[in-house]
Design a protein around this ligand. Sequence first.
Ligand code: CP3
Length: 343
Amino acid sequence: MAQGVTAGAFLAACRRQPVPHRPVWVMRQAGRYLPEYRAVRAKVDFETLTRTPELAAEVTLQPLRRFELDAAILFSDIMTPLQGMGVALDFAPGPHVREPIRTDAQVDALPALVPERDVPFVLDTIRLVRAGVPRGAPLIGFAGAPFTLLCYLVCGKPSKEFGPARTLLYAQPHTAERLLGRLAEAMGQYLAAQARAGAQALMLFESWAGLLAPREFTRFALPAVARTFAALRPLGVPLIYYANQGAALMPAVAGLDVDVVGVDWRCGLSEVRRMLGPGKAVQGNLDPAALFAPPAELKRHVDAVLEEAGEAPGHIFNLGHGIWPDTDPDAVARLVDYVHERR
Ligand code: CP3
């Protein structure tokens, strides 16, 4: 594939401009399904990996060397900037916060994030990736959306229901708003620093959007996202909001000033586009389980996503959530090549 083709398609699709081919990348494309990632992880723990720019840049680039992906995504974690703010936590493999945050006093004690001082290794990783990325592929910077970060900070560990986090919204709504405000401010600073270091698009992961009723989503989660993005608008880079299990929230998301909305597979993209209106691009939304289908079957599932997305500009092909660690890398190669073949 010609250089400029891959380099331009992702950013053009974010801006709803016509593209020479459908751009594709894969959430969690750098990770344990790749033997070369496991080889690095055999030598260092996850945290060391995120804090060592040479290694983090190397694993960011691994999937782009193997597949003709249209974008790179920074290798880091949504909890990394919180560690920079002094929150003690362990990855096992999901994040476990040693002292969950549940009081106003704890919220007020959270310091502001100064990215250049607190997480310089993230910015150095971005510079290294930009210098070495194959085919001129653009680099996506990211952060956790404030409510999703709140889920881990309040609950203290991964959970299905995040009971303590949702309880906080109802029992101490002002504490919740205070914490969300702090996180919005910090993630705005964090993503702005990523853009200054060279990130060409900025994405907020709202992995736990689907836990909330539309009313609570609109009162708590969405204003914090809007505040984070408002700080980034002047930078001129495309902004992406991924709302996992967010189909029922799309009418609310339609009012958000964002370029691209990422969605899971539980709602067809035509319906998502109808709810969002013509002013937003969409990203998604193949079920990660579909990568386990036989090759001919996988093509039919890709066709179905493309058909739902429609012909209008503004679709970035992706999975609906992160790729599973037991996925065959050859299935990803077939996925990427087939998305590009289909015009
Ligand atoms: O390739 C990429 O997409 C970039 C890397 C990336 C990681 N985490 C690396 C990682 C990204 C974008 C994230 C974001 C992230 N982290 C999210 C939002 C996306 C989503 O999946 O919903 C969330 C909720 C987290 C929190 C987190 N960190 C969890 C739940 C886990 C355990 C994941 C698992 O699959 O077991 C982590 C650890 C983590 N972050 C790993 C990786 C590759 C596994 C660590 C290891 O190598 O042991």
